[in-house]
Design a protein. Structure first.
Length: 290
């Protein structure tokens, strides 16, 4: 990712032009954008949104000042389309976990995805799928990455306004714990013993889960200098099985370090131990109460 965005406003003879492109994803990040409501309508009065299929306008080949990209790269056609978007855009900004890290679908990268596909589709040879789900930055240069599952719509709006006025967008990479302290949210790990990923997860969500008495499940990716090894060891010390520790780390951002290496470490411990519960526990994976 290239963070060297110049301090210069988007000046030209036309209004700034924006595009929102979708790749392999659930559309949640586009919906976060749309759910802004009136602020989005106000933005539309200052820019021309040339491509945003979720909202209506379609022009994939539009030449724009800012291109937001949602979703991961899953096919060879995706890769070719991405390169064209890069050529047509002054700034490319990835939004959400799928675009920045491969997303939940990148879990297939750790398994034989060909075997999975063959078990589902009668004629898998007709599918144009890459062996792995890949982040956008693995194919083209990305100017800024906004994490989240989904991304924070206010954050997207703030970045857009910053670029339009010539300011370097600032993304807070501190841990969710810091956001909890700023909002006077009682720590669910200390007060309730929940296996919260907040100490190692980048903020940006507004500490939504802890505010609702739920433990963070790391949808915003790793925070700066995240000590994932220490937190996972703590989880295990509280009695959490190695398999569930691995699930905490190898989830939405499974292909992002240090989640990947530490998660695989605990996954290997699971393989070495007797497996008395082979089924996935979705409540554990999603951070619900045990």
């Amino acid at each position: 990712m290239n963070n060297s965005i110049p301090h210069a406003a988007l000046r030209s003879t036309h209004r700034p032009r924006v595009a929102v492109h979708k790749f392999s994803s659930c559309d949640g990040c586009q919906l976060a954008f749309l759910n802004l409501g009136e602020p989005l309508l106000a933005l539309a009065e200052t820019v021309d949104i040339l491509h945003f299929a979720e909202a209506g306008p379609i022009d994939e080949d539009a030449v724009v000042d800012i291109a937001f990209v949602e979703g991961s790269v899953a096919t060879s056609k995706d890769a070719a389309r991405l390169k064209q978007i890069r050529e047509n855009s002054r700034y490319v900004i990835t939004i959400g976990a799928c675009a920045t890290a491969g997303g939940i679908q990148a879990l297939r990268n750790m398994h034989d995805s060909g075997e999975w596909i063959a078990g589902i589709y009668a004629q898998p040879e007709y599918l144009d799928l890459l062996p792995e789900s890949r982040p956008i930055a693995s194919i083209i240069k990305v100017d800024l990455e906004l994490w989240g599952c989904p991304v924070n719509g206010e954050q997207v709006l703030g970045v857009t306004k910053a670029l339009l006025t010539g300011h370097l967008p600032r993304v807070d990479h501190s841990a969710v714990c810091m956001e909890c302290k700023r909002q006077n949210v009682v720590c669910v790990m200390v007060s309730q013993g929940k296996p919260c990923m907040g100490p190692v997860t980048q903020t940006g969500c507004g500490a939504i889960c802890p505010k609702m008495q739920r433990d963070c499940y790391a949808c915003y990716g790793p925070a700066v200098q995240a000590n994932v090894s220490a937190l996972s060891t703590y989880f295990a010390a509280t009695g959490m099985p190695a398999r569930e520790v691995a699930q905490r780390l190898l989830f939405i951002n499974s292909q992002t370090e240090p989640f990947t290496s530490v998660g695989i470490h605990w996954q290997n411990k699971t393989s070495a131990a007797p497996n008395t519960n082979p089924g996935i526990n979705p409540k554990t994976s999603l951070g619900a109460e045990q």
